[in-house]
Design a binder for this molecule. Structure first.
Ligand SMILES: Nc1ncnc2c1ncn2[C@@H]1O[C@H](COP(=O)(O)OP(=O)(O)O)[C@@H](O)[C@H]1O
Ligand SMILES: [Mg+2]
Length: 236
């Protein structure tokens, strides 16, 4: 990794709070997080259930906004973007992988991979070829015409990863992406993340499983919506 890649910031949180109103009381799901994720880095975000992991990932993925503080992607403060600019940012620069795959059951593998492209104003000429390449890459080249109900959980998650990659995003966000999978299938999915990291993608992976969290270069550990510690998992 070059020095520049290490110092360049992909995503930055400055004193981010996210408060939910529950009846008359406030719940601070995130309570003042300041953190920088460097470009090309592989991070796990860990913590017990309710520690704020999903809330944090949703803010990082621009699905949710902070109540206080600032979130910057590639140096731009997200609070200054309007809804159109936000959807563009989400579609073009961020790739999301969820625990529950979130595929559209009526669409086949290739069409599901192409969903993020459908939000563009114009259909890019490369889209279909790239979707086919990505299907190959995640080992589903022979199943592009299948629909999600005809696929195993691991295969569905591979479709979701290919979908997350279709716009060649800078930042890949995964929330308990292997949570519904058996150990062997989970390992195959984690190998895809290892490869993406080796290709230079920035990966932010939420997990409550230590063995999974340790695969990342760095871990951000949350307790009650605050940073408990930041750990470097292995020297490179
Ligand atoms: N939509 C919501 N409304 C109210 N409280 C919420 C909501 N989403 C999350 N919370 C609360 O915020 C805290 C953090 O939740 P979450 O980010 O889902 O944690 P994790 O993903 O680590 O399990 C929890 O106390 C949870 O109950
Ligand atoms: Mg969660």
């Amino acid at each position: 990794m070059t020095l520049q890649a290490q110092t360049e910031v992909a995503a930055e949180l400055v004193n981010v709070r996210r408060v939910y109103q529950m009846g008359g009381t406030e719940v601070a799901a995130l309570d003042g997080i300041t953190h920088q994720f460097g470009r090309g880095e592989y991070w796990s975000i860990m913590g017990s259930s309710g520690s704020g992991k999903s809330t944090l990932l949703n803010i990082l993925g621009c699905i949710d906004r902070p109540t206080e503080g600032e979130y910057l992607v590639g140096g731009s403060p997200v609070s200054t973007l309007n809804d159109d600019q936000l959807s563009e940012l989400r579609g073009a620069r961020l790739g999301f992988v969820f625990q529950s795959y979130n595929l559209i059951p009526q669409l086949d593998v290739l069409e599901n991979i192409l969903v993020p492209v459908m939000y563009r104003d114009e259909w890019p000429p490369w889209a279909l070829d790239r979707a086919k390449e990505l299907a190959e890459r995640v080992g589903l080249g022979g199943r592009t015409g299948h629909r999600p109900p005809e696929l195993s959980g691991g295969q569905q998650q591979r479709v979701a990863i290919a979908r997350a990659l279709i716009n060649d995003p800078d930042l890949i966000l995964a929330d308990e992406a292997t949570g519904n999978l058996d150990t062997k299938t989970a390992e195959e999915i984690l190998e895809v993340f290892d490869e993406l990291h080796a290709e230079g993608k920035t990966i932010l992976l939420v997990t409550h499983e230590r063995s999974i969290g340790l695969r990342a270069e760095f871990t951000l550990k949350l307790v009650d919506g605050r940073t408990e510690e930041v750990v470097e998992n292995r020297s490179s």
